[in-house]
Design a protein around this ligand. Structure first.
Ligand code: ADA
Length: 576
């Protein structure tokens, strides 16, 4: 697993990144022709990568195969895929190992008894959005296909811990936490096995016991509660992290977490008891040269830019981001909104009611919550984005997701982004109302914004949700990098800066609004289906272009975000 720290020092892990054989399968004959036994006419590519940045495959959507040899000392092997876009079918030699749907979450497949020697690992990938797909065919980003995040294989023996969640609740003084672990445990042996289990948190032993499991059994277990005192709180100003070290007799797992309390109270978002104004950007984990295979070095640079801008938060629009990216946010103290790729306009009413779609989305929420639970930087879970929230189908879907995410999300507020706030019927199922609106771009002008905010304030009261804080989760307009004017013409850098400046001043002055996420950090490639409003087939609403060169709006936002931060600090020092 590609993290900011080593996840194992005992369990043997082999990196499977690097050269793989690759070929497309436009006629989908590969399975029939047994390509998992050997890939005819293949070229060598480097994994992680996506194929839609390759010159000859820029627009290819469909099936493709990846294959590589590796050598093992034998035993029980766990193949870990950090992300495969979008569907993955995996073979080890000619044995089918398993299937995974959904492009942005990690998954693993276990082969219990593998002989020592050389083996063939094959992945058939399909990035063609099907009719029950998440995302749907029409999405405002490019459906890159490939293996954009890392692959590794672990050799497991005896009892192993494959994952963990540290659940906690802090006392009122925020200095003591009542904690317990939930572990994903597995017995790699064919016969029943018992192992000692030791856990240290922040260098202190917090659990010492044993686990017994039947042969080949994998299950989630909940360990007894324990108390941690003298908590070093995680916050944006002082992002204190605790290392988690889990040991069995034959394996280990290392993770990190942080303690902080995030909650909504009386129209405010409180972080460790203090009100926070979210000053953010929406960011796609995307780059024209790399697609979704976003290099970690560039993630760091994006964060340097975003920090320079004065942001304290990022919305991971519109899918779970790489674990290493969220590790960086934990380490730097930047708040994160994490969501799944249920992206608006593509979803008809029928699709929202389609049991396969509902189930796929629920599964994505389960995977996101399981794998990202320990990150202190994640302060908000997003259920979906811009769906038809005025329909019965959307109400049912939102309720299903809220009912799962709220109790299982580690005491975090839950939200979703609506684009029809005037008629939305799902607001019961969120703790914070998040609104996307594009006045001054797709419709209306700057003044429309002021009317809209006033009207929504009344609607919020009338609905009985006057206590729910509001985030403006998207707003903005496109500017072509380098396009300037003397007038307020759309598509110019001047107009974009003016529009964002207007919105930010309006939101910042409004007590109902606790945060704002500009659409968007950088220009991104999008699909042709998005039509003529997407010059260059890019969404050009970035305040930096796709190569991270700043537009005028960048400087405008920077000036405002730094001023807002100073004002917030001055207010806090008076109140606390
Ligand atoms: C929506 C959507 C974004 C983007 C934006 C736009 O709000 O959530 O992904 O498509 O509109 O640029 O129009």
């Amino acid at each position: 697993m590609t993290r900011l720290f080593d996840t194992h020092s005992v369990t043997p892990v082999q990196d499977l990144n690097g050269p793989w054989l690759f070929r497309t399968d436009p006629r989908e004959t590969g399975k029939e022709d047994g390509w998992y036994k050997g890939l005819p006419g293949a070229e060598t590519v480097i994994v992680p990568s996506v194929w839609n940045t390759q010159l000859d495959l820029l627009e290819y959507e469909g099936a493709a195969w990846y294959q590589r040899r590796f050598t093992t000392g034998g035993g029980c092997l766990r193949f870990c895929f950090e992300a495969v876009m979008t569907e993955a079918e995996v073979w080890l030699d000619d044995t089918f190992l398993g299937y995974h749907y959904g492009g942005f979450c990690q998954f693993d497949l276990i082969a219990p008894q593998v002989e020592a020697g050389s083996h063939l690992l094959t992945v058939r990938v399909n990035n063609k959005a099907d009719e029950h797909g998440i995302p749907q065919v029409r999405a405002d980003w490019y459906h890159y296909g490939g293996i954009p995040r890392g692959v590794s294989v672990e050799t497991l023996t005896g009892i192993c811990v494959l994952g963990n969640q540290l659940h906690y609740s802090l006392n009122d003084a925020l200095d003591t936490a009542d904690c317990h672990f939930v572990l994903d445990v597995f017995n790699a042996e064919a016969a029943e096995c018992t192992s000692r289990l030791e856990i240290a948190l922040g260098g202190e032993s917090v659990y010492s016991g044993s686990v017994t499991l039947a042969g080949g059994c994998r299950e989630k277990i909940t360990l007894p509660h324990f108390t941690v005192e003298n908590i070093r709180l995680w916050s944006a100003e002082d992002p204190q992290l605790y290392e988690i070290r889990i040991r069995t007799e034959s394996g280990d797992l290392v993770d990190k977490t942080g303690f902080r309390k995030v909650c909504v109270e009386g129209e405010k978002l409180l972080l460790n008891g203090k009100p926070v104004e979210l000053r953010g950007v929406n960011r796609h984990e995307e780059h024209p040269d790399w697609g979704f295979a976003f290099p970690a070095g560039l993630m760091k640079r994006d964060l340097d830019i975003i920090t320079d801008l004065g942001c304290n938060t990022i919305r991971g629009s519109h899918y779970p981001n790489s674990q290493i990216f969220v590790d960086m946010l934990d380490a730097r103290g930047i708040y994160f909104w994490s969501e799944i790729p249920i992206w608006g306009c593509g979803f008809s009413k029928e699709a929202l009611g389609d049991p396969i779609v509902v189930e796929r989305g629920l599964q994505m929420h389960k995977e996101m919550l399981w794998h990202y639970f320990n990150h202190p930087s994640i302060i908000l879970w997003g259920l979906h984005n811009e769906i038809l929230t005025d329909t019965d189908e959307a109400i049912a879907l939102t309720k299903t997701y809220y009912d799962y995410v709220k109790p299982n999300g580690g005491n975090r507020p839950v939200t979703y982004a609506t684009y029809i706030a005037e008629v939305d019927r799902c607001m019961e199922y969120c703790d914070i109302i998040s609104i996307n609106a594009y006045y001054g771009w797709y419709s209306g002008d700057l003044n429309t914004w002021n009317e809209f905010v006033e009207n929504f304030r009344k609607r919020r009261e009338n609905l009985g949700f006057g206590h729910k804080p509001v985030i403006f989760s998207e707003f903005g307009g496109a500017a072509l990098y380098g396009h300037h004017t003397f007038d307020d013409l759309r598509w110019t850098e001047e107009y974009q800066a003016k529009l964002l400046g207007h919105c930010l001043e309006l939101f910042h002055a409004d007590p109902m609004v606790i945060g704002f996420y500009i659409w968007q950090f950088s220009d991104i490639r999008t699909c042709q289906e998005m039509g003529l409003n997407r010059a260059r087939s890019y969404n050009n609403k970035g305040i930096v272009n796709e190569y991270r060169k700043p537009k005028l709006a960048y400087h405008k936002v920077k000036q405002l975000y730094h001023r807002f931060r100073e004002e917030a600090e001055a207010l806090l020092s008076r109140e606390y």
